[in-house]
Design a protein around this ligand. Structure first.
Ligand code: DGJ
Length: 780
């Protein structure tokens, strides 16, 4: 609910309050954002507003008419550069006279019982709960420019979405060099700024920085939201834990260059701003033109990181993801990439698809290599017609044959890219992002199409429509495999080159919107060398994203934990692959590869046609189990436990009648037999059966320890050893208990782990990289 109480604005959600007021200067002073507080009349905020009597020493007085105010020491809803606030500004404009100083003051407020969408960018929406919008208009005192601050209050989600719109209401053109989406000023310092950083194959490592002085910046200038620094960030207190303490979460509905800065000023106040990265950003706006910033999502919870994540997950699932697949069970797929790489042809693919069908997969995906002369990554991007040598009957023939096996068919594309060695480049060199006459830096041997040019976007819409209507395509993997360099659009004049990165995004979103609307039944999956563009902008069009090219289960445990802070598991795809792992060469148990992937949208990416029979049998059982539990795993509420040497996750169905838990161990700590699993989110008053599925162990996994029990000596790896291994199986531990939710949540004590003193059916075989799934079902 949004209320205006005289000069005070109060934005309430179910459990939170956001509040600011108009100062006598006309600036907007931030008052509060946190758990819900009771503000009934304007005077109720007198206790929490800062008292301004004299400006602090060495601070600039804003204006002689208002001698008490120094903007540097005031908590502001937005800040412009030039009138004494020397912190990170919200907006920067270069005026016609060359000045950089702006001073935006309150003009009016409008309130609506719904929320408008942005005109040029994807935006959040609500179809099941209540949303209202407040628009504050500010006017620049000297230069007659307009700035709107938009606040959308998603009451049932405990989320507020902010954005801004700059309108050039002055006479003549100005240059907009920075426009943030959100600014939030806190009265104190010592917040922990958490960011999620990495690179290819190691996305989303959590980093905590205590910001007690100075500034910490999380940003991308990669052209994508990037794997270097995801736009999702958190602010918390040092004492905040997974389940207790205050935690703020912020994200941006944007897929390009972004910027999040947490700064502590000389008075111990913290400011956080989020928005488009101002680096090399310069929009020239003629009289009457406007520019809108992407939407920034904010939430706060007093129930720790998990509480904040629950708000974000609920919001992303309901207010970002849209379309036919929003709430549908996502299929178990088999992707051809790690099995075949570029070496595909119809026979190979069909053999793989058949093996997939036998194992229980539902969708077969033909990855890279099917078009033009695409025999390696040096050629053919841009040439979206089938390679007849590999697929003589075209996409339709392979698709029909896959369909005939009883599988859906999916295809890979990379529409934003071009190789110099392609027919498209030869025909349209002017469509490529390159600086004329200058050498270009390439990434993965490819260049970027100039989506700042609408004609290029129109062409690519046509190409993609052709591909997607050429066969019975049910799924599309939309890849993007390089970061930007040499930002330049041959379509724009020199003065406008600072607009290229953002105009590219507008073009990309038009392409994505057009094809997803045209093919509503297709399940689209975003991908950018894995997680180089995992963000809410993409999720507004594609309901799921390939989280990382790294399928190593031990990396995945860390990476998926990172993603889980800001993104629900229903957006994150995870594949079981072969070992040694193709990215790390690590060997992990097949069970662990599945157990970790099962907490995302589980798929397979391995040569099922050539795997050992025993492994294929295990995979068959995994897929059957996943199908049985996928409603919980894909759409349940996710909770993190420990994330150190041991990872603990729980996913609980919406009605709390079922849950799945994971315990994963990175490295064995010798002689520690004791371990517990602490599920979260169960109903305290429901009684559950808690159990695991017994897994028998091969004798050979114990090596020559077999001699500790064998009546005769068995040589390691001998014919006898191998023979015994085939027939004798060692028991696995069984956990099977019934208890109320509150009992289980106090910590289920697991069977003793092996520690070198003996092994029987009551011993937990828990080597390096072992893991277990635990199932909880309500007893009625
Ligand atoms: C990068 C993706 O992340 C991979 O999964 C695969 O699709 C390759 N591109 C294909 O070139």
């Amino acid at each position: 609910m949004i209320r205006q109480l005289d000069k005070v604005f109060v934005l309430d959600t179910k459990n939170t309050t956001y509040c600011f007021q108009v100062l006598e200067t006309g600036h907007l002073e931030h008052l509060y954002y946190g758990k819900k507080i009771r503000i009934e009349e304007a005077s109720d905020v007198r206790a929490i507003e800062e008292k301004h009597a004299f400006p602090p020493g060495n601070g600039n007085v804003y204006d002689s008419q208002f001698p008490k105010f120094a903007l540097e020491d005031i908590r502001l809803e937005m800040s412009a550069y030039g009138k004494g606030d020397i912190r990170e500004p919200f907006i920067e404009v270069i005026h016609r006279d060359g000045s950089y100083t702006s001073d935006f003051l309150y003009e009016k407020a409008e309130m609506y019982d719904d929320k408008k969408s942005l005109d040029t960018l994807p935006s959040a929406y609500e179809e099941a709960g209540k949303v209202s919008e407040l628009i504050i208009s500010l006017k620049d005192k000297q230069y007659d420019l307009t700035l709107e601050l938009h606040y959308s209050v998603f009451e049932d989600r405990d989320v507020i979405v902010r954005s801004s719109k700059f309108i050039n209401t002055s006479k003549g053109a100005v240059k907009l060099t920075r426009l943030m989406s959100m600014q939030l000023d806190f009265a104190t310092s010592g917040y922990v700024f958490t960011t999620f950083n990495g690179n290819w194959a190691r996305e989303m490592y959590r980093h905590d920085t205590l910001v007690s002085v100075g500034k910490h910046v999380n940003s991308s200038y990669a052209g994508t939201s990037s794997n270097r620094a995801n736009p999702f960030v958190m602010l918390s207190r040092p004492e905040t834990t997974e389940d207790q303490g205050i935690c703020y979460g912020f994200n941006l509905i944007y897929s390009g260059n972004h910027y999040e800065a947490a700064e502590v000023n000389a008075y111990g106040k913290t400011r956080i701003v989020t928005g488009i990265n101002p680096q090399s950003f310069c929009f020239v706006l003629a009289e009457g033109e406007s520019f809108e910033s992407p939407e920034a999502v904010m939430t706060v919870s007093n129930e720790g990181f998990n509480g904040m994540s629950r708000n974000m997950h609920d919001f992303v699932r309901n207010c970002i993801v849209r379309g036919a697949w929003k709430k549908k069970a996502r299929p178990v797929l088999l992707n051809s990439w790690e099995a075949c790489y570029f070496n595909i042809n119809e026979a190979r693919l069909l053999k793989l698809a058949k093996a997939g069908k036998e194992a229980g997969v539902e969708l077969f995906v033909m990855d890279d290599g099917w078009f033009g002369t695409r025999n390696d990554d040096k050629q053919a991007l841009g040439d979206w017609y089938v390679n007849k040598k590999k697929l003589p009957g075209g996409v339709k023939s392979i698709c029909d044959k896959v369909n005939a096996l009883g599988l859906d068919f999916g295809i890979w594309v990379e529409p934003e890219m071009i190789n110099v060695n392609s027919d498209l480049y030869r025909a349209h060199p002017e469509w490529v992002m390159e600086i004329p006459g200058k050498p270009h830096s390439e990434g993965r041997n490819q260049r970027i199409l100039d989506f700042a040019n609408p004609a290029v976007v129109d062409y690519m819409i046509e190409q993609m429509v052709n591909v997607f209507s050429s066969a019975n395509i049910s799924y599309v993997k939309w890849d993007m495999n390089r970061i930007f360099s040499d930002y330049y659009s041959k379509h724009l004049k020199a003065l406008h080159q600072g607009e290229v990165a953002h105009r590219y995004m507008i073009g990309l979103y038009r392409l994505m919107r057009t094809v997803t609307e045209r093919f509503p039944h297709i399940l689209f999956e975003g991908c950018a060398s894995g997680g180089n563009r995992f963000d809410l902008g993409i999720l507004c069009y594609f309901p799921q994203i390939w989280a990382s090219d790294d399928t190593d289960a031990i990396y995945r445990a860390k990476g998926q934990t990172g993603y889980s802070y800001g993104y629900p598991m229903s957006t994150l795809t995870a594949h079981v692959s072969n070992c040694p792992n193709h990215q790390t060469l690590r060997e992990t148990p097949l069970a662990t590869r599945f157990n970790v992937a099962a907490f995302g949208l589980c798929g397979y990416e391995c040569n099922l046609a050539e795997m050992k029979k025993e492994e294929v049998e295990e995979i068959k059982a995994q897929i059957a189990l996943y199908k049985e539990w996928r409603d919980v795993l894909q759409y349940g509420t996710f909770y993190r436990g420990r994330s150190d040497n041991i990872y603990e996750w729980t996913c609980v169905s919406q009605d709390k009648s079922k849950a799945v838990g994971l315990v994963l161990q990175k490295l064995v700590e010798p002689n520690t037999t004791y371990e517990q699993f602490t599920p979260k989110g169960l109903d305290e008053n429901k009684k559950y059966r808690f159990y695991n599925i017994e897994k028998k162990r091969n004798v050979k996994t114990f090596g020559d320890l077999v001699n500790a029990i064998a009546p005769i000596h068995i040589k390691n790896d001998s014919i006898l050893h191998n023979g015994i291994d085939k027939v004798v199986k060692m028991p696995g531990e069984v956990e099977d208990y019934t208890a109320y939710g509150d009992v289980l949540m106090s910590g289920v004590k697991l069977k003793s782990a092996f520690c070198g003193t003996g092994y029987d059916e009551n011993t937990r075989f828990f080597k390096d990289f072992e893991s277990r799934l635990y199932f909880m079902e309500e007893i009625l």
